[in-house]
Design a protein around this ligand. Structure first.
Ligand code: SAM
Length: 265
């Protein structure tokens, strides 16, 4: 795989640290992830006897990948953060050993593979990390080139309308971490900041470390997403509420804080 780095990435690249990877796994990895479960179930309904190859873009700590590996897929995960990838590799060690999984550091906007995948996914607000139409177009084009003819691309994203009405603070406490997450919408920039702080158990498990980080997320209108997907060659594009890809909705901006999108090559 070759990654071509063009436009500089935003300050968010410092957000996905070892602390965040530990935090993400301590709050997200209980039981099969609802995104992976619902996506896999739907995908196997619409594509029977497909070639079971998945490219997971913005794969993070590999929870999504692990779910598909356990369903006999061959999975390639791509992510910018080495710390998140380290967790993914550890979690899927046995699959990596038998050649079913690999995890590669790279930018979701600029990547190229020599092989083609039947399915590409991009979940967990990865799209909201991208800033503007050029970034989106690059992601959609790179993914299009990596997917085989008739293959699918599924992703989710947060909508501005949903967040403008939904500033919130969430606290959570467990043996592994104690944290406060604060989501704040900024009307002047039309972005949302995700500030989180607290204490997290270190990877060695012996002590707790303090962390405080802020991530800035961008919003993209569904009409823009659809236009750029079409421009880069994707067909049969539709949106849905989370976990419900079998029920398409015409637009997402007014109805849901988080939406899914499906596109076919
Ligand atoms: C909130 S995490 C979600 C991880 C995973 N998809 C999940 O659902 O559990 C977002 C991930 O997107 C990755 N990411 C953000 N921008 C990226 C980019 N331009 N290229 C590759 N990965 C990116 C981050 O490093 C992070 O691991």
């Amino acid at each position: 795989m070759a990654t071509i780095k063009k436009k500089k990435y935003s300050d968010n690249s410092n957000f996905y640290t070892e602390n965040f990877a530990n935090f993400w796994d301590s709050t997200q990895s209980w039981g099969p992830d609802a995104n992976a479960l619902n996506l896999c179930r739907y995908y196997e309904q619409i594509v029977s006897n497909g070639n079971k190859t998945l490219l997971d873009i913005g794969c993070g700590t590999g929870n999504f990948a692990l779910y598909f590996l356990q369903k006999s897929y061959t999975v390639t995960g791509l992510d910018l953060s080495e710390e998140m990838l380290r967790h993914a590799r550890k979690k899927t060690e046995s699959f990596i050993k038998n050649g079913k999984a690999k995890f590669i550091q790279g930018d979701a906007r600029y990547f190229k593979f020599n092989t083609k995948f039947a399915l590409a996914t991009c979940f967990g607000w990865c799209l909201n990390h991208l800033d503007g139409e050029e970034d989106l177009e690059n992601l959609f084009r790179s993914t299009f080139n990596a997917v085989e003819e008739g293959g699918y691309f599924f992703f989710n994203f947060l909508t501005e309308k949903g967040f403008a009405n939904r500033n919130y603070v969430r606290t959570s406490d467990s043996e592994k971490q104690s944290s406060t997450e604060c989501w704040l919408y900024h009307p002047e920039t039309e972005k949302v900041s995700h500030k989180f702080s607290g204490f997290i158990q270190s990877s060695l498990g012996k002590y707790y470390v303090r962390f405080q980080q802020t991530l800035t997320l961008n919003f993209h209108k569904s009409i823009t997403i659809k236009r750029l997907l079409s421009k880069t060659g994707w067909k049969e594009i539709y949106f849905s509420l989370p976990y419900k890809p079998s029920n398409p909705i015409p637009s997402t901006d007014e109805v849901t804080p988080c939406a899914w999108c499906v596109a076919k090559k």
